[in-house]
Design a binder for this molecule. Structure first.
Ligand SMILES: *[C@@H]1O[C@H](CO)[C@@H](O)[C@H](O)[C@H]1NC(C)=O
Ligand SMILES: *[C@@H]1O[C@H](CO)[C@@H](O)[C@H](O)[C@H]1NC(C)=O
Ligand SMILES: *[C@@H]1O[C@H](CO)[C@@H](O)[C@H](O)[C@H]1NC(C)=O
Ligand SMILES: *[C@@H]1O[C@H](CO)[C@@H](O)[C@H](O)[C@H]1NC(C)=O
Ligand SMILES: *[C@@H]1O[C@H](CO)[C@@H](O)[C@H](O)[C@H]1NC(C)=O
Ligand SMILES: *[C@@H]1O[C@H](CO)[C@@H](O)[C@H](O)[C@H]1NC(C)=O
Ligand SMILES: *[C@@H]1O[C@H](CO)[C@@H](O)[C@H](O)[C@H]1NC(C)=O
Ligand SMILES: *[C@@H]1O[C@H](CO)[C@@H](O)[C@H](O)[C@H]1NC(C)=O
Ligand SMILES: CC(=O)N[C@H]1CO[C@H](CO)[C@@H](O)[C@@H]1O
Length: 834
C-alpha cells in the first residue's frame, strides 16, 4: 500500500509544477541566440590621406620667431586686398605711391641699406687714400699711463665684435644649409600631392565597388546562421516546455503503474471472494455435522467431567463470517474488462522520445522556408549593388584630372630647375658666409699675433715683427670688410625684400585665412584664376568653407560639384531587403501536433477507470466480514478439551468417540479453516489497498486527463509563440550583421574613400612647404647675414684702433722707409682718427 502511495506522489507535485512552468513557457529572451558577432571588413580605401608635412621643431625655431617678429615690425600694414586685386587684374594701373605706402617699412630699410652702401665704401675709399698718403692708421707715439688700459679695452671690443660676427656667420651658414636640405623633400612632395589630388574623384567608383562587394560578408554570415535556425527554434521550444512535459509524462507513467496495481487487486479480490464462498459452503456442512455429533455425545448421561462447559463451547461451533454478504464487484470488474489496454511505460517512452526529437523535427519542418530565405539573402539590395555606379563623376573630374596630370608633367622640368637654382643659391650663400669668415679669421689672427707681440715686448731681444704682423692682419680684415660691405648689403637687402614679402604678404595672410577670404571675394581674382571653378567646388560653398569642411573630413559630394547628387544614405537604405527577410522569418513555424502525450488506448484506460465506480464499492462491508472469525469457537482449544474429557470417561466407548471427534475436529481445522483464513488475509490486503488508493487514483486520473487535454490544446500556441520570439531574436542578430556593414560603409566612404581631406591637406602642405620649410630659413639667413654686415662697422673701427697698439712704439723716426712698400702704409701722423 505504501508502495502505491509512493507512485502517486509525483502526481501531487504536478499541479504546482505545471502552474509555474507554463507561465515561463512564453518568456523566452534572446540569451540563447545572442547578439551578432563582430565582422571584420577589409579596408577598401587606398591610403589617400596626404601625410601632413611638418617642420620638426629645432633650436632654430626661436631664431625664426625673432625674424617673424622683426618682419611684423617692418610690415605693420594689413593684407592689401585692393592693391593685390589691381595687381592681379590690371598690373599696368598699379599706382607706385600705393605700393610705397604699403611697403613703407621696407622703404625705411632700403634707406638704411642705401646709407650703408653709400657710407661704408666711401669711408673705405677715404681710408685707403689716407693710408696711401700715410695720413691715417699709424701707431701710438708715446707710451703713457692709460695706454695699457685703452689697449685692453679696444682688444676686448674687437674680440667681442669678432665673436658676434662669428656667431652671425655660423647662423647664416646653418640656415643656408637648412634651406638647402629642405628643398629636396619639399620639391619631391609636389608631384606626390598632385598625384593624390588626381585620385580624389577618379578612384572613388573603383573603391566603392570594393566596398559594395563586401556585402557578401554579412550575407554569407546570415546564410550560414540560417542553417541552424530550425534547430535553434526546436531546441528553444524543447528547453522551455521540457519541465512541463517531463513532469506530465512522469505522472502519466506512475498513474499507469498505479492503475495496473489497482486492477490487479480488484481481480484478486473477486477471485478470493468466490473461493471463500465455495470454501464456506464446504466448511459449513462439516461444522454442522460435528456440532450435532458432539452435542449428542456430550448430552450423553454417562458423560463425566465438565461436559456442560464443553457442551456450551460445542454449541458455538458454527461459522462466523458470511462471505455471501459482501458486496458484489462484478459490475466494476465488468467495466474494467481489458484494462489496461495500453502499455503505459512504453507509450511514455515513445512520447518522450518524440518530444526529445523536437530540434530535429523543427529543422525538417523549417527546411523549405530556410531555403527560400537563403535565396532571398543571396540577392544584393539594389542600393548596395549600385553603390559605385551611382557615384556621379564630377563634371570637372576628368578635366581636373587632366589638368593635374599636365601640371605634373610640365612642373617636372621646373622642379629640376628649382633644384639647380637652389644649388647656385646655396653656393652664393656659402661664399657670402666665407667672406665674413675671412674677416673673422683676419681679426682673430691679428689679435693673436698682436697679443703675442705685446707679451714679448718686455723681452730685450724681442723683435717687433709679431706685433707688426698682427697689425697687418687686422688691416687686411679692415680692407676685406670695406670690400665685402657693398655686395653683402646688396644681397642681404635683395633676399630680405623677397623673403620678407613672402612672409608678410603670403604666409601671414595664409595662416590667418585672409588669403582664402581674398580668393572668395568675387572679382578679386581674374576670371582665369577662379579657384572655385578650377577646383570644381559647389556653387554655394566658399573656398574657406570648403577648406574647413575638408579639414574636418567632409565627404566629397558636400564640397565638390558633382554632376548629379549622391545620396549615400539612400544607397545604404536596405530596409526593403531586410523587411522582406523579416516578413519571411515570421513565417517560421514548428508544428508539434505529433506530440500526443497520451495514446488513445491509454486515454480509454483512464476513462474506464474514471467511470468504473471503483470508489463506490463498499469496502467497510468487506471489512465487517473479514473482521469476523471464520468459525466462532476456537476449534483447537475445543479439541484439547475433548481429549481431556475422553481420558476422564469411565465409559470407554464414549471416551473413544470423544477422542475420535477431537481428532476429526483437528483435521477439519487444518484442512478447511486454515486455508479459509489465509484467503481472508489475502482479501484483507486487497480490500485495504483498494480502499486507501482508490480516492487518490480517481483524483489523479481526472487531473492527468484534464492536464493532458489542456496541454494538447495549448502546446501548439506556445510553440508558435516561442518560435516567433526566437525568430525575432534571430532577426535582431542577423540585422546586427547588416547594420555593422552599413556603419562600416558609411565610415569608410565618408572618411576614407570619398573624403575631400586631401584638398585641405594639400593646401596645408603647400603652406608648410612655402612658409615653414622655405621662407623661414631664407629669412633667417638674411637676418644673420645682415647682422654680420652691420657688425662689420664696429669690427672695422676696433680693428683699426687696436692695430695701432700692436705696432712698435717709435723712439727714433729713422726706420720707417721700409713701410712704404706695404699694402697699407702706416702714416706717422694720426690725423685721421677712426
Ligand atoms: C521574447 O520574449 C521575452 C519575454 O516575453 C521578451 O522579453 C523578449 O523581448 C522577446 N523577444 C522578442 C524578440 O520579442
Ligand atoms: C524523458 O527523457 C528525458 C531525457 O532523455 C529524461 O531525462 C526523462 O526522465 C524522460 N522522462 C520520462 C518520463 O521518461
Ligand atoms: C470473478 O471470479 C470468478 C472466478 O474466478 C469468475 O468466474 C468471474 O468471471 C469473475 N467475475 C468477473 C466480473 O470477472
Ligand atoms: C510494455 O513494454 C515494455 C517495453 O516497451 C515491456 O518490457 C513490457 O513487458 C510491456 N508490458 C506489458 C504489460 O506488455
Ligand atoms: C558627369 O560628367 C562626366 C564628365 O562630364 C560625364 O562623363 C558623366 O557621364 C556625367 N555623369 C552623369 C551622371 O551625368
Ligand atoms: C567663379 O565662377 C563662378 C561661375 O563659374 C561664379 O559664380 C563665382 O562667383 C566665381 N568666383 C569668384 C571668386 O570669382
Ligand atoms: C549648399 O546647398 C546644398 C543644397 O543644394 C545644401 O544641402 C548645403 O547645405 C548648402 N551648403 C551651404 C554651406 O550652404
Ligand atoms: C487486516 O489487515 C490489517 C492491516 O493491514 C490488520 O490490522 C488486521 O488485523 C487484518 N485483519 C485480519 C482479519 O487479518
Ligand atoms: C492545466 C491544468 O488543468 N492543470 C491542472 C493539472 O493538475 C493540477 C492538479 O494536480 C491542477 O491543479 C491543475 O489546474
Amino acid at each position: 500500500m505504501r508502495h502505491t502511495l509512493g507512485l502517486l506522489a509525483p502526481l501531487l507535485g504536478l499541479g504546482l509544477g505545471l502552474a509555474l512552468s507554463l507561465r515561463g513557457a512564453a518568456a523566452a529572451d534572446c540569451e540563447s541566440i545572442g547578439p551578432a558577432e563582430h565582422l571584420v571588413f577589409t579596408p577598401a580605401a587606398r591610403t589617400r590621406w596626404l601625410a601632413p608635412q611638418v617642420r620638426a621643431p629645432g633650436p632654430l625655431d626661436s631664431l625664426y620667431g625673432t625674424v617673424r617678429r622683426f618682419l611684423s615690425v617692418v610690415q605693420l600694414n594689413p593684407f592689401p586686398s585692393g592693391l593685390v586685386k589691381t595687381l592681379l587684374n590690371e598690373p599696368a594701373s598699379v599706382k607706385v605711391d600705393e605700393v610705397v605706402r604699403y611697403e613703407a617699412g621696407y622703404v625705411v630699410c632700403a634707406v638704411i641699406a642705401g646709407l650703408y652702401l653709400l657710407v661704408v665704401p666711401t669711408t673705405g675709399l677715404c681710408f685707403c687714400c689716407g693710408r696711401s698718403r700715410r695720413r691715417c692708421g699709424g701707431r701710438v707715439k708715446t707710451e703713457h699711463k692709460a695706454m695699457a688700459c685703452e689697449r685692453g679695452a679696444f682688444m676686448a671690443f674687437l674680440l667681442l665684435t669678432t665673436l658676434v660676427l662669428l656667431i652671425g656667420m655660423v647662423c647664416a651658414f646653418v640656415t643656408n644649409q637648412h634651406m638647402h636640405e629642405h628643398t629636396g623633400p619639399s620639391v619631391e612632395a609636389i608631384p606626390e600631392t598632385l598625384l593624390s589630388l588626381r585620385g580624389l574623384v577618379s578612384d572613388v567608383p573603383q573603391e566603392l565597388q570594393a566596398v559594395a562587394q563586401q556585402f557578401s560578408l554579412p550575407q554569407g554570415r546570415v546564410s550560414e546562421e540560417l542553417d541552424g535556425v530550425g534547430v535553434d527554434i526546436g531546441s528553444t521550444i524543447h528547453a522551455q516546455l521540457k519541465s512541463t512535459v517531463y513532469l506530465l509524462l512522469a505522472s502519466v507513467q506512475s498513474l499507469g503503474r498505479a492503475l495496473q496495481v489497482c486492477v490487479d487487486h480488484l481481480r484478486a479480490l473477486n477471485a478470493t471472494v468466490v473461493e471463500l464462498q465455495v470454501g464456506q459452503q464446504d466448511l459449513e456442512l462439516g461444522v454442522r455435522e460435528h456440532r450435532e455429533r458432539l452435542l449428542a455425545l456430550l448430552q450423553d448421561p454417562g458423560c463425566q467431567g465438565d461436559c456442560a462447559g464443553a457442551q456450551s463451547r460445542a454449541r458455538a461451533l458454527e461459522l462466523g463470517a458470511d462471505f455471501h454478504q459482501v458486496p458484489s464487484v462484478d459490475d466494476v470488474l465488468h467495466r474494467l474488462k481489458g484494462v489496461p489496454e495500453a502499455n503505459f511505460s512504453s507509450m511514455v517512452q515513445e512520447e518522450n522520445s518524440t518530444f526529445n526529437a523536437l530540434p530535429a523535427l523543427a529543422e525538417v519542418q523549417t527546411a523549405n522556408l530556410v531555403k527560400e530565405l537563403k535565396k532571398m539573402v543571396a540577392q544584393q539590395p539594389e542600393g548596395v549593388r549600385t553603390l559605385a555606379e551611382g557615384f556621379p563623376g564630377s563634371d570637372g573630374s576628368s578635366r581636373w584630372s587632366q589638368a593635374l596630370e599636365d601640371l605634373e608633367q610640365s612642373s617636372h622640368p621646373y622642379l629640376q630647375e628649382v633644384q639647380r637654382y637652389e644649388t647656385y643659391r646655396w653656393i652664393v650663400g656659402c661664399v657670402l658666409c666665407s667672406m665674413v669668415l675671412l674677416v673673422v679669421v683676419c681679426n682673430l689672427l691679428g689679435l693673436n699675433l698682436g697679443i703675442w707681440g705685446l707679451s714679448a715686448r718686455e723681452d730685450p731681444s724681442h723683435s717687433e715683427a709679431k706685433g707688426e704682423a698682427g697689425a697687418r692682419f687686422l688691416m687686411v680684415g679692415v680692407g676685406l670688410s670695406f670690400l665685402f660691405a657693398a655686395p653683402l648689403i646688396l644681397l642681404v637687402f635683395a633676399t630680405f625684400l623677397v623673403g620678407g614679402n613672402v612672409q608678410t604678404l603670403v604666409c601671414r595672410s595664409w595662416e590667418s585665412g585672409e588669403l582664402y577670404e581674398f580668393a572668395d571675394t568675387p572679382g578679386n581674382l581674374p576670371p582665369s584664376m577662379n579657384l572655385s571653378h578650377l577646383l570644381g567646388l559647389r556653387k554655394n560653398i566658399s573656398i574657406q568653407r570648403a577648406y574647413q569642411q575638408c579639414k574636418e573630413g567632409a565627404a566629397l559630394w558636400r564640397v565638390l560639384k558633382l554632376n548629379a547628387s549622391y545620396d549615400l544614405d539612400k544607397h545604404l537604405d536596405i530596409s526593403q531587403y531586410t523587411g522582406k527577410l523579416q516578413q519571411e522569418l515570421h513565417n517560421l513555424r514548428v508544428d508539434i501536433q505529433s506530440l500526443n502525450l497520451l495514446s488513445p488506448a491509454a486515454r480509454r484506460d483512464l476513462e474506464a477507470l474514471q467511470s468504473s465506480g471503483l470508489e463506490n464499492i463498499r469496502y467497510p462491508d468487506f471489512l465487517v466480514q473479514i473482521q469476523k472469525p471464520v468459525v466462532k469457537t476456537n476449534m483447537e482449544q475445543l479439541a484439547r478439551e475433548l481429549e481431556g474429557l475422553a481420558g476422564a470417561q469411565v465409559n470407554s466407548a464414549l471416551g473413544q468417540q470423544l477422542q475420535k471427534e477431537a481428532h476429526e475436529l483437528r483435521t477439519l481445522y487444518q484442512e478447511k479453516v486454515v486455508p479459509q483464513q489465509s484467503l481472508v488475509a489475502k482479501l484483507n490486503l486487497s480490500v485495504r489497498t483498494l480502499e486507501s488508493s482508490v480516492p487518490h487514483l480517481q483524483v489523479s486520473t481526472s487531473d492527468v486527463l484534464a492536464n493532458v487535454t489542456y496541454l494538447r490544446g495549448e502546446l501548439p500556441a506556445w510553440a508558435t509563440r516561442i518560435a516567433k520570439n526566437v525568430s525575432e531574436c534571430f532577426l535582431i542578430r542577423e540585422m546586427g550583421y547588416f547594420s555593422q556593414y552599413v556603419a562600416w560603409v558609411r565610415e569608410e566612404v565618408t572618411q576614407r574613400i570619398a573624403t575631400c581631406q586631401p584638398l585641405s591637406a594639400a593646401l596645408d602642405n603647400g603652406r608648410v612647404i612655402l612658409c615653414d620649410m622655405m621662407a623661414d630659413p631664407w629669412n633667417a639667413f638674411w637676418f644673420c647675414l645682415a647682422w654680420c654686415t652691420f657688425f662689420l662697422i664696429p669690427s672695422i673701427i676696433f680693428a683699426v684702433k687696436t692695430s695701432k697698439y700692436f705696432r712698435p712704439i717709435r723712439k727714433r723716426l729713422s726706420s720707417t722707409s721700409s713701410e712704404e712698400t706695404q699694402l697699407f702704409h702706416i702714416p706717422r701722423v694720426t690725423s685721421l682718427k677712426l
